[in-house]
Design a protein around this ligand. Structure first.
Ligand SMILES: [Zn+2]
Length: 694
């Protein structure tokens, strides 16, 4: 399972930071592939409503109550919702495609051969069991032989080796990124290793149960290498202490996307001062990266802390940390007992009773490592051109609507308005899949080498990016796994390329229903499109100009007006309580909440422009606007286990999905008019308290 360092793995492949519509992992490979909760209709449905509930008091209940009453979270899942059901359907299709590929003869290096052989190797559990720790042995030996204190070049070489073999190094990672202030230039990112648990799980009293599970997990894993239980227990405690120390020094999730914290340009010599014990030049040499590149260090304090840990902890503890990294980074590609121990930890941590089917785990891993080959098979089989055309046309309508509203906007001054219109006109939106696929044909995929397949695919993606250093940025679309590849149930805006990818996988129920009435489709997929477009103008996206460069194009007056409005959203979303004692974080989720408000506002307005004032009949007793807002809320039909709610509350930029279902609506006059809310109603919000940003 990929619970470790997803963030860093992602950095190996992407060209730019994408803001995704859904958190990755909200659509996990966790439901039974063949049984996506049969009584959960995907897409708009009267049966999902509770029409006895009063929409003026509890709109979410009114729109989604029928679904809430009939839906239980499956034992193998952390949460359930329309998008988890879609993910289950999607995975069932992907599993069928890869099984067919595994049965077919295909040309070496073709997507079908790679997918088929990856699958055969991954599903050959007997072979994985027989191999035991053999695939890791050379690296375990390398770590065991490490004399400490080591010369800095030795640690540098080891760090590079771990990044190449395991995707991520626990010491220093090198990736390629786009310069935030010059979107035409690549630079080298230096990033500290990331930890397995969340900062809260390491530090807070509520994290103690997870820490206990983690200690047991580490100890048992260490014992599989022949360590005595008492030594393994001590080793586990040391690993936890070191990881907690590093975690405490790292940027918070909010700081991690703030250029003021992460945009630290320096020379190699300047970066080296942060972490003298790990030779950076040795890392770059081992990775084949020239030493004279421009460098951005994301997290200064984390590198300093890693230096401190490596130089002040006893040698045996440092080796233990590295050994732990080797053991735990590719557990899904190992046999028993390693896979079982990892699975047990992951299940208990998330409060689940049964593991997900391996088939779904494999498809998920393939989606990261062979994203485009698998996507090509999917698009050929399941993504009709008619859908692409229809969504592309809707994109045009929503964009036009935004332009109209920018022209009519009352709080923007003329200078900022002109710049905003320019930026909007240059947003490049593509639907479904890229015009140019990444060529994976050089990746050797064998039917008998699962861990080797994983390593070669990861290394291919990493080296491919390194080869782009020093050259002008080539924008790659639908390439940010697992967020915006065609098989991601998601959509993403990239501020650095000022572009939006609407994936093939999201353009189906519950986000889009071919043939449904306009109210339903505008206020679901249309709102998704609007959400992404307004990301270019949220409190993060607005810091980038039309060409994707970090620069302030706002007058102070417009900035102040914008902030006045987003402050209301921070207070509103910060006022919700998710679990006893657990407040929702209005700051962390601000950009997404701004985009949700923008998305449904644009979608509703574009819907009316599309209908051009023609009288609309009620359908099933509901007016056009009523159907619009019910469809929006039903898109967010959601239930989650407390463990999941807590994890997401600490780390996710998106609001809790239930809140997304109703919280933006109370700012829309059209919503209040549609349901006749009055002062005193729970859903009432006085006009003076409503926020209209776009
Ligand atoms: Zn978003």
């Amino acid at each position: 399972m990929l619970h470790r360092s997803d963030f860093l793995r992602r950095m190996a492949t992407r060209t730019a930071t994408t803001v995704a519509f859904l958190v990755a992992g909200t659509v996990p490979a966790q439901a039974q592939a063949q049984a996506p909760a049969a009584d959960v209709p995907l897409g708009f449905s009267l049966a999902s409503m509770d029409r006895k509930a009063n929409p003026r008091q509890n709109f979410y209940r009114y729109a989604v109550g029928g679904w809430l009453d009939r839906t239980a979270i499956p034992a193998s899942e952390s949460d359930v919702g329309g998008f988890t059901a879609l993910a289950a359907n999607l995975d069932a299709r992907l599993i069928k495609l890869v099984r067919d590929a595994a049965d077919a003869k295909a040309e070496p290096g073709s997507p079908r051969q790679q997918i088929g052989d990856y699958w055969r190797a991954a599903m050959d559990l007997k072979r994985l069991d027989d191999l035991g720790l053999k695939p890791l042995q050379a690296d375990l030996d390398r770590v065991a032989a490490l004399g400490l204190p080591a010369a800095a070049p030795v640690l540098g070489e080891l760090s590079a080796r771990l990044q190449l073999a395991y995707g991520v190094s626990p010491l220093v990672n090198a990736f390629v990124g786009t310069d935030l202030k010059d979107s035409k230039s690549n630079l080298l990112l230096l990033v500290a290793g990331q930890q397995s648990l969340t900062p809260d799980e390491y530090a807070k009293p509520e994290g103690q149960p997870v820490r206990n599970l983690y200690l047991t997990y580490i100890s048992r894993m260490l014992q599989t290498t022949g360590m005595a239980p008492a030594d393994a227990d001590a080793g586990a405690r040391a690993v936890l202490a070191m990881e907690a120390e590093i975690s405490a020094s790292q940027l918070t999730p909010l700081q991690g996307r703030d250029p003021a914290f992460i945009y630290n340009l320096m020379t190699l010599a300047q970066a080296q001062v942060l972490i003298p014990s790990v030779d950076l030049a040795a890392i770059l040499q081992a990775l084949g990266v020239p030493g004279d590149v421009r460098i951005q260090v994301r997290d200064l304090a984390a590198l300093k802390t890693i230096h401190k840990v490596v130089t002040t902890r006893p040698a045996e503890e440092v080796r233990m940390l590295l050994r732990w990294h080797v053991l735990t980074s590719r557990t899904s590609a190992l046999g028993q007992p390693w896979r079982g121990l990892d699975e047990a930890f992951s299940l208990q941590r998330r409060g689940l009773q049964s593991p997900p089917p391996r088939e779904r785990e494999i498809v998920k891993a393939m989606g990261l490592q062979l994203s485009h080959p698998l996507s090509r098979l999917y698009v050929d089989a399941f993504f009709p051109d008619s859908t692409r055309r229809e969504i592309t046309s809707m994109v045009g309508h929503i964009k036009d609507e935004f332009a109209q509203r920018l022209r009519a906007n009352r709080w923007l001054d003329e200078t900022t308005r002109a710049a905003a219109l320019d930026k909007l006109s240059r947003i490049d939106i593509q639907v479904g899949y890229p015009q140019q696929w990444i060529d994976f044909s050089s990746v050797v995929v064998r039917a008998d080498d699962h861990i080797g397949n994983q390593q070669r695919a990861d290394e291919f993606l990493l080296r491919r990016r390194f080869a782009q250093l020093g050259k002008p940025v080539v924008v790659e679309r639908f390439a940010d796994a697992p967020f915006t590849t065609p098989i991601s149930v998601n959509a993403g805006y990239s501020p650095q390329t000022n572009s939006i990818d609407i994936t093939a996988a999201i353009v189906q129920p519950p986000f889009y229903v071919p043939g449904a009435d306009a109210a339903v489709n505008y206020c679901t997929i249309g709102a998704v499109i609007g959400h992404e477009i307004t990301h270019g103008f949220d409190s993060n996206g607005r810091r980038y100009g039309p060409a994707g460069n970090l620069r302030d194009w706002w007058t102070p007056k417009a900035s102040a007006e914008f902030k006045k409005r987003t402050d209301v959203l921070v207070r509103q979303y910060g006022g919700f309580t998710l679990l006893p004692g657990l407040k929702h974080n209005g700051e962390l989720t601000l950009t997404e909440n701004t985009a949700d408000l923008g998305g449904i506002t644009l979608a509703n307005a574009a819907l009316h422009r599309h209908l051009a004032g023609a009288p609309q009949p009620r359908i099933d007793g509901l007016t056009t606007d009523q159907r619009c807002f019910v469809a929006w809320a039903q898109m967010w039909a959601y239930k989650a286990r407390p463990e999941r709610i807590r994890l997401l509350a600490a780390t996710d930029y998106h609001a809790n999905a239930t809140l997304r279902g109703f919280a933006p609506l109370v700012h829309l006059d059209a919503f209040h008019k549609a349901f006749g809310t009055r002062p005193g109603d729970a859903m009432w919000r006085a006009p003076s308290q409503r926020v209209l940003i776009w």
